[in-house]
Design a protein. Structure first.
Length: 318
């Protein structure tokens, strides 16, 4: 599918002339309304396999998307790579297991996949091959992962504990660390400025809370919450800030189309002026050279309705 554009105009107030009782009164001439500045999302090449409830990782300017749920709740073993330079997808070696609601991280130009259950895998792009790793210390489902220094951290998810799990790629080993302050699944994680962030998700309710982990002290601290609860959303780091997009609410059941940005320097979240072209949940996002990519996801709250669309938006556009 070739590139297209979706214009999402901003709302513009329209003035109206005051009514008059006199038929002889001249008709007021209104000044022309300013032309709204459209927010342009580009529709890129579709995913070969439409999926949701998956994750993604960026290696050498390309986006790798493993696993997920297909339509009809079919579990996927697909690994597909998107190249923004050519707007094209490449199908790569299948995963050895069906995975969905898993977490993905990148370390030393390799792709790591954790969950569901205790699954731990590494993909080598140079060899186009998968390797099984030491299993996770406990079964987890719908958690999140991020790379910080020489380790990969896995947080949250449904499991027997809320312990932070640290994976050492050099030793192929796991270490349990301080538990989250708030249990959360369908969550997201990012690493920024030497800290790890646990974002939103859900537990007994939808969560907008955010926690920051300091690896030097093995402690979690509450930081400002997002403006709205969201689970099953995408998150990435851009220009020293955290960007989250989309997601799902369970009460009331709804899909989210908003984007929020956290600036650590200001210590606050702001809802972006631009909204997603369509509301989606169960999607990963990626940011390359100021370009935000939304990859797949489901358009049906509480269910699977995948179209495999890929949208991009220039974050630094006026």
């Amino acid at each position: 599918m070739g590139c297209g554009e979706t214009a999402v105009p901003q709302a513009t107030a329209v003035s109206q002339a005051a009514p008059t009782d006199s038929p002889a009164a001249p008709t007021a001439t209104l000044p022309p309304s300013p032309t709204p500045t459209p927010t342009i999302w580009h529709e890129m090449a579709k995913m070969p396999t439409a999926r949701s409830e998956m994750s993604a990782g960026v290696i050498d300017g390309r986006i790798y998307v493993p696993g997920g749920w297909g339509n009809g709740y079919d579990q996927s073993i697909a690994l597909e790579m998107y190249d923004p330079a050519t707007d094209s997808w490449t199908q790569l070696a299948d995963l050895p297991f069906h995975v969905n609601h898993h977490a993905t991280a990148v370390y030393n130009n390799a792709l790591y996949v954790f969950g569901p259950d205790d699954i731990a895998l590494r993909y080598d792009p140079a060899a186009d091959s998968w390797a099984e790793l030491a299993p996770m210390p406990e079964n987890r489902w719908a958690g999140a992962a991020a790379t910080l220094g020489d380790y990969i951290y896995f947080l949250g998810g449904s499991g027997s504990s809320s312990d932070l799990l640290r994976y050492d790629p050099a030793g192929d080993s796991w270490t349990r660390l301080a538990p989250l302050l708030q249990a959360r699944e369908h969550t997201q994680a990012v690493a920024l400025d030497g800290n790890l962030y646990a974002l939103g998700g859900r537990w007994d309710r939808g969560l907008n809370s955010v926690e920051r982990y300091d690896p030097a002290t093995d402690t979690w601290t509450r930081v400002p919450s997002m403006n709205q609860p969201r689970s099953g959303f995408g998150a990435a780091v851009w220009d020293g800030k955290i960007v989250v997009a989309g997601g799902e609410l369970l009460a009331p059941l709804a899909i989210i189309d908003t984007i929020e940005i956290f600036d650590p320097a200001q210590n606050r979240w702001e809802i972006a002026d631009v909204t997603m072209p369509v509301p989606l949940h169960g999607l990963p996002i990626a940011i390359l050279e100021d370009e935000l990519y939304l990859l797949g996801g489901s358009g049906l709250a509480g269910d699977v309705s995948n179209r495999g669309h890929v949208y991009s938006y220039q974050l630094n556009s006026p």
